[in-house]
Design a protein around this ligand. Sequence first.
Ligand SMILES: C[S@@+](CC[C@H](N)C(=O)[O-])C[C@H]1O[C@@H](n2cnc3c(N)ncnc32)[C@H](O)[C@@H]1O
Length: 218
Amino acid sequence: MSPDLVADEVEAYAAAHTTPPAEHLRALALQTRATLSSPGMLTGDVEGRFLEFLVFMSRPRLVLEIGTFSGYSALSMAAALDPIADARIVSCELSDEHADVAERHIAAAGMADRIEVRRGPALETIDGLDGPFDLVFIDADKTGYLDYYEAVLPKLSRDGLIVVDNVLWSGRVAGPPSAEDSDSTAALRTFNEHVTADERVVNVMLTVRDGITLARRA
Ligand SMILES: C[S@@+](CC[C@H](N)C(=O)[O-])C[C@H]1O[C@@H](n2cnc3c(N)ncnc32)[C@H](O)[C@@H]1O
């Protein structure tokens, strides 16, 4: 979703002054926009690099992604996975169409041994995983965010990081609640209040792209 939180020319300037994405990511973005509905769901260049930096800095062994779509964020993060630590990503995806596209690009990028796409409802997948998760990227259905957060927090490693996308939802959450609010807007508002009030974590909400929250154990 194009957030319109930052002026387009400023977003474009930031993207132009960020190391360009690798060729396989560029091809993935092009194909996603050409073939899949809701291409705006794609994480994109700057946020992809940001996720890669988070992996580079935190050196996770096990990354959990909730919401694969065509695989852009998973492949972005995989670029910085520590080969020595045998680090890997488990990515949850409900749509077979999206999972098919993602798996094709993951295989083409030679990352099939590092990224596993688990098909089905993410809550069921999380339930079947022991963790500990060193990094969790939440980027699926917005009405599920609170349940995902509560499901992954007990399985987060001591120094683990939770990264949550679209928490500003084009700024809609910052306005006064209204009867016109979509379920996603209302759910994100509730989620943001919940995380902010949660004494189990320390969090920061970044005005990067559509809003990214980082949370770690307190
Ligand atoms: C915003 S997109 C993810 C974008 C992706 N991270 C990227 O970088 O391109 C959200 C994805 O979550 C998937 N999804 C929605 N509800 C889900 C659920 N309950 N369990 C797993 N995946 C779900 C959708 O099919 C969609 O592919």
